[in-house]
Write a protein that binds this ligand. Structure first.
Ligand code: ADP
Ligand code: MG
Length: 828
């Protein structure tokens, strides 16, 4: 429990005419003070008593130059921190109309830097959530307006369409424990900063447009923006719930000074009545002897009950307009603040238990206890273990053996059968290990094995892996040669087709064959083809499509030729060149992986003495690299996907994602425009209302009694824009979901192709070499990755990723819209 008096801050609104009648002292370590000096000739009836100077104590007073950021850092951040820690918090602004309450709590519309406490606090909270990944936070928001003692939900979707008077009223209910509940007040979840800011934007817009000329509710109502936080450690049954009220009170102007009548007087009475009740509550709280606190007298005090003298860390900001004509109001605001400063609150950590999680935990505990009891009582199940049970048990044992934690335990439950099976499993394992060791010792003595002579630091297992890898490289070469033949045949066919076309047009074409102008023909390949076909074709006679097709075939052929050409010398050397003649080559190509294989192969063949110690390290290095995909296999993969039946699906998805992403981009631009329009209309509306108020003062006519068509038109425009805004947001969300779904499908196709390739590759390898796929599993499909998503890591993702890049564009379009939302709402 934290005991704390309500913290009082003062904020002075910038004024055009600097007035020398006040001074601020923030230097005193015990707190700040604000002094007003009223020379006798100035006490002309505005101030009733004849005192000349007034001194008020505050925790800190922010003078006219204080920035919104300073206000947030000094006032709101500590409250937000305690709300994050599980305590309730409240900040309320009190002061006369026009003294800067709304500016302080919500902020000004002009500049981004003018953002008030609400948007800054929302940003801060979400930033803190993201830093604390070990805790799950959920945020809900409610926005309540109290006008003439009645509550309205500013986030109610009907708010915009109806007059304030026709809306369902928010009702106060009290439970048996005297907890307050508000019926008809919606709680909206905000999953991120944008959503929370969006709710603030919608609530503020609703607040403005529900105002009619007859009720200028914005300055005559109280607004309570509440953030409801729920915090939970994953797996824990304990929840922490805390609330943060950010309150913009109605103007504290006194009725006698405002000279109002009719409806406005009623309103002023209500406002003053509710502020009067607030004052009564505060007075009662500051007198220790009082046992009854009249919270129930008004809606405002009922809602803020916890924040006043209860379980809450509360802060008040007294906003002050210090020009001479407002001095008496400022002094009365300060007096109110002094009384508030006496109130002591007791904030407690709001922890509760989640019954569902608690039940789950208790059930688990009961089960464990039952098992323990059964073991203690010597109860045993006699029936044999089923095959399935044995399999599961063995998995458990393996997990236990592989667990690096020395304190890890193996929980078997009370079944003796399981204990016995576990012991026989362990025995089997130990015997296997012993046999292995025995076989190793049966091999020729270490000194007589070549590998051990030349790589004394390498284990037999390492040497075997290298041998295997060498075998696999040979296979790769064979597969590539096979593919090369196939591609060459395709190219030949294409050229035959080409010559047929040109034969038909030969008479009209006299130009010499020139393959190099066909797109996709590399220089070398063009020469090869010219030779092959005896220079019969002319690229000029080809249609665009034929050009493309032919080009693709030949370029694939060219790639393969390059690939195989670069590998062939190796394969030939491996098989035919006598070891003694190759020593020189090795040193010159130490950086080339393939040469490193050669190095090993050569050593393996018998001439290992010069290489063994120097190159042992490199061989090991290569062995590690070798587990990745080789260039040859990558090349084969590129060609494989080109012919794959799912290729068309990928293309279709890509196109659709592109289309949706473009749509999302247009939509987000449109949304930004609508937001700007609404912000602009809101500004105009505010201006218009101020003008009407000024005019009514001039003609001594109560404001708002005349219907203003311009104002009504502005409200109507805002309403229309809001409908567009809402439907666009809905569409954007749907688009985002669709894009994500398409992306998922694309990923699935990608995995399928990779698996198909793997299957095909293994088949090819075994058919070429008569090689058992099982023997190659160590390289081609790493056991850990086979059939699992981890498999994908082994494959060149480039070509497939290229296809899904448009999906990434789409996602980034949606997220960039969401970011722009933040900046727009930040600027409004
Ligand atoms: P209230 O809500 O107390 O009636 P407002 O917050 O609407 O008063 O402020 C009235 C006007 O004064 C607004 O135009 C607001 O932008 C401006 N204002 C108030 N405080 C400041 C400040 N600290 N800096 C700049 N402008 C301010
Ligand atoms: Mg205001």
């Amino acid at each position: 429990m934290v005991q704390q008096t309500i913290q009082i801050f003062g904020r002075i609104k910038p004024t055009g005419k600097p007035s020398a009648v006040f001074s601020v002292d923030n230097e005193d370590p015990t707190g700040a003070s604000l002094d007003f000096l009223l020379p006798r000739d100035l006490s002309d009836g505005f101030v009733n008593n004849k005192r000349e100077s007034y001194k008020f104590r505050f925790k800190k007073v922010f003078d006219q130059h204080a920035k919104q950021e300073d206000i947030f850092e000094n006032i709101a951040r500590p409250v937000a921190d305690s709300v994050l820690a599980g305590f309730n918090g409240a900040i309320f602004a009190y002061g006369q109309t026009g003294s800067g309450k709304t500016f302080t709590i919500t902020g000004g519309a002009e500049r981004y830097a003018d953002r008030g406490i609400i948007p800054r606090t929302l940003s801060y909270l979400f930033e803190r959530f993201s830093q604390d990944s070990s805790t799950v936070y959920t945020m809900h928001i409610s926005y309540l307006e109290i006008y003439n003692e009645l509550g309205y939900d500013l986030l109610d979707p009907r708010h915009e369409a109806s007059r304030l008077e026709d809306l369902p009223k928010v009702l106060i209910m009290e439970d048996a424990d005297q907890n307050i509940h508000l019926r008809n007040l919606s709680l909206q979840q905000a999953a991120n900063e944008e959503e929370a800011l969006n709710l603030l934007f919608l609530g503020d817009t609703n607040r403005m447009i529900a105002e009619t000329p007859l009720n200028q509710a914005s300055t005559r109502s109280h607004c309570i923006f509440t953030v409801h936080l729920c915090r939970r450690e994953p797996g824990s049954a304990t929840l922490q719930r805390s609330k943060l009220h950010l309150v913009d009170l109605a103007g504290s102007d006194r009725v006698s000074k405002t000279g109002l009548n009719g409806v406005l007087l009623t309103e002023a009475k209500y406002i003053n009545l509710s502020l009067h009740f607030l004052e009564q509550v505060i007075l009662a709280l500051s007198e220790r002897s009082r046992s009854h606190i009249p919270y129930r007298n008004s809606m405002l005090t009922s809602v803020l009950r916890d924040s006043l003298g209860g379980n809450c860390m509360t802060t008040m900001i007294a906003t002050l307009a210090v020009d001479k004509r407002n001095l008496d109001e400022s002094i009365s605001t300060c007096r109110f603040a002094q009384r508030v400063a006496l109130i002591k609150n007791e904030a407690i950590l709001n922890e509760e238990l989640d019954p569902v999680l608690l039940i789950a935990h208790l059930k688990e505990e009961i089960l464990t206890l039952k098992k323990q009891l059964a073991t203690m009582m010597g109860e045993q199940k006699d029936e044999q273990l089923t095959a399935d049970e044995m399999l599961k048990l063995e998995e458990l044992i393996e997990a236990f053996l592989n667990d690096p934690d020395p304190d890890g335990t193996l929980s078997l439950g009370p079944a003796m059968r399981k204990v016995q099976h576990s012991f026989s499993y362990f025995k089997r394992k130990i015997l296997e290990k012993q046999t292995e060791r025995h076989q190793c010792s049966q091999q020729p003595p270490a000194a007589t094995r070549r590998e051990d002579v030349y790589f004394p630091h390498m284990s037999p297992v390492d040497v075997n892996s290298l041998k295997e890898m060498l075998q696999q490289r040979d296979n790769e070469i064979s597969i590539l040669v096979k593919m090369l033949k196939k591609e060459k045949k395709r190219a030949d066919d294409a050229v035959v087709q080409l010559s047929r076309i040109t034969d038909c047009q030969k008479l009209s074409s006299q130009s010499l064959p020139n393959y190099s102008t066909v797109p996709g023909f590399g220089d070398g390949m063009a020469d090869t083809l010219s030779l092959n076909r005896g220079g019969q074709a002319s690229s000029e006679s080809l249609t665009g499509e034929e050009n493309m097709e032919l080009g693709e075939d030949v370029s694939t052929l060219s790639k393969l030729t390059g690939q195989v050409a670069s590998m062939c010398p190796l394969s030939q050397q491996l098989k035919s060149t006598p070891p003694q003649s190759r020593d020189g080559n090795v040193k010159g190509h130490q950086e080339d992986q393939r040469v490193k294989v050669y190095t090993f192969q050569e050593s393996h063949e018998g001439n290992m003495n010069q290489l063994s110690l120097n190159h042992g390290g490199q061989v090991l290095l290569y062995m590690k690299k070798g587990s990745q995909l080789s260039a040859g296999k990558q090349e084969a993969f590129e060609i494989f996907i080109k012919d794959h039946e799912e290729q068309q699906i990928i293309e279709d998805h890509k196109q659709l994602i592109k289309k949706r992403s473009a749509e999302a981009r247009t939509l987000s631009e449109q949304l930004n425009q609508v937001r700007n329009t609404i912000a602009e209309l809101r500004k105009q509306l505010q201006m218009r209302r101020r003008q009407s108020a000024a005019q009514s003062v001039e003609v001594n006519h109560p404001p708002g009694e005349k219907f203003d068509p311009v104002e009504e038109d502005l409200c109507e425009q805002i309403r229309r824009e809001k409908i567009v805004y809402k439907s666009a947001i809905g569409r954007l969300k749907a688009l985002s979901t669709e894009i994500e779904h398409l992306q998922l499908l694309l990923e699935r196709v990608k995995v399928k192709i990779q698996k198909d390739f793997q299957k095909w590759w293994t088949q090819e390898a075994s058919s070429l070499q008569g090689w058992e796929p099982g023997a190659t599993a160590g390289f081609h499909t790493r056991p850990s990755s086979s059939g699992t998503p981890g498999l994908c890591k082994e494959f060149p993702d480039t070509s497939l990723d290229r296809r899904s890049s448009s999906a990434q564009h789409a996602r980034s379009a949606v997220s960039s819209y969401m970011c722009s939302c933040v900046s727009i709402s930040k600027s409004t």
